[in-house]
Write a protein that binds this ligand. Structure first.
Ligand code: PMP
Length: 389
């Protein structure tokens, strides 16, 4: 069904990125132009340690190797800008500014891609976030407004503030260009980026041999987009949500209810995920998550303790230094793999995502996880999977 979709790039075109700015000669030589040439076509690798320990084949899509903002959000930033340009909402070099409420990856990707495309980026974020992120945004040329943390029903909550700032810009005739609110949670250009690139790339790289897709959800763009791309081609493939502690999505997928455990704690807490894992886990349904929710077969809840142990395991056994959401994905992938072996499906192929590098998480997640230096990982995979808290 997605073959006729305007956002779908034909599979055979995926070995080489197309850019509107590529010259005819560069096209022949497969030379892409600029930072956009570093987005997408990321490697898919097998994790031997987790494959050996589970009895299934565990593959990971290395999304932290996107080279603009170093996360899957590079694809999303580019897609949101492309869609807005196609609708005439953004015009390069007119003085337009892209406004977004984000606590991390999306802002960093937008800041980088905006500069390359002739826009300014204005990022609203809560002031309780690690300053390394706002520092990076400032170095990348974004304007950063940090405000007190607030509930999403509060008009000064960072996403609501970004929406308002965009409108103020457009309404202010003394300002050049227009303000555009990117809106990664509700803007469907987000999941379409994964539908048209990440999903087809995985399919091509794995030669269509995939049994399970495992992914977490922050906006839901990744899991929805990849599932929508792959399910029509692989109807027997299962889709499993990896959910950190404190997120409401696990209950929504498993039992059809969202706020069963946290509702009583009130609106403010209800929208917060009580976990040191940043970037995934939400307590509301977004348009990007809803787009593919019907394709999600199951969910695995992952505790902070399990994520920290997995992160250490990946350094020790694989030499991979990843961020918190990547570790959550790997715990869930290993959990699913073990279940499949128990059910007689040894050798099944499970694919998940490595979202960003551990360097983004030094002051929080990796501070809690501790140094790996000088010590051997003293636990087995079963210890990780059994460490529920
Ligand atoms: N990992 C990290 C580090 C993220 O920042 C995000 C997005 N907020 C995700 C995973 C989840 O991706 P998605 O928004 O596509 O659900």
């Amino acid at each position: 069904p997605f073959l006729g979709h305007p956002d779908y790039v034909r599979l055979e075109d995926h070995t080489r990125r197309k850019s509107v700015h590529v010259t005819a000669e560069a096209e022949d030589e497969a030379i892409a132009v600029g930072v956009e040439g570093l987005i997408g076509n990321t490697p898919l690798i097998k994790l031997k340690s987790l494959s050996d320990a589970t009895g299934c084949e565990i593959l990971v899509k290395c999304e932290y190797l996107n080279g603009a903002g170093n996360s899957p959000k590079d694809r999303v930033a580019l897609s949101m800008i492309n869609h807005a340009e196609a609708e005439g909402l953004l015009v390069p070099d007119r003085g337009d500014t892209i406004y977004e409420g984000t606590v991390g990856s999306t802002g960093i990707s937008l800041a980088a891609v905006c500069r390359a495309r002739g826009y300014k980026a204005y990022i609203c974020m809560p002031n309780d976030q690690a300053t390394e992120k706002s520092d990076l945004l400032l170095k990348l040329g974004a304007i950063v407004e940090r405000i007190r943390p607030a509930s999403i029903v509060d008009q000064d909550q960072f996403v609501n503030l970004a929406r308002r700032r965009a409108q103020e810009h457009t309404d202010d005739e003394s300002k050049p260009g227009r303000g555009f609110f990117a809106d990664q949670f509700e803007n469907t250009a987000n999941y379409l980026a994964h539908y048209s690139t990440t999903g087809p790339e995985i399919y091509t790289q794995a030669h269509g041999h995939l049994d399970v897709l495992v992914a977490g959800a922050g906006t839901g763009g990744t899991i929805s987009g990849v599932a929508l791309a792959l399910k029509p081609l692989l109807p027997n493939m299962r889709v499993v949500l990896a959910d950190p502690q404190g997120s409401g999505l696990f209950n929504r997928i498993k039992y059809g209810v969202m706020f069963s455990s946290t509702e009583a704690e009130g609106t403010r807490r209800r929208h917060q995920v009580d976990s040191i894992v940043e970037g995934i886990g939400i307590n509301r349904l977004t348009r990007n998550f809803e787009a593919g929710m019907h394709l999600i077969d199951d969910a695995v809840k992952v505790s902070d303790g399990q994520a920290m142990m997995m992160a250490r395991w990946l350094v020790e056994k694989e030499g991979l230094f990843v961020g918190a959401s990547s570790a959550v994905n790997c715990v869930a992938a290993a959990t699913v793999a073990k279940q499949m072996v128990r059910e007689g499906e040894r050798g099944a192929r499970v694919v998940t995502v490595l979202c960003d590098s551990g360097t983004r998480h030094l002051s929080k997640f990796w501070k809690a996880a501790g140094d790996v230096s000088g010590m051997d990982v003293e636990f087995t995979l079963d210890d990780i999977l059994d460490a529920k808290k």
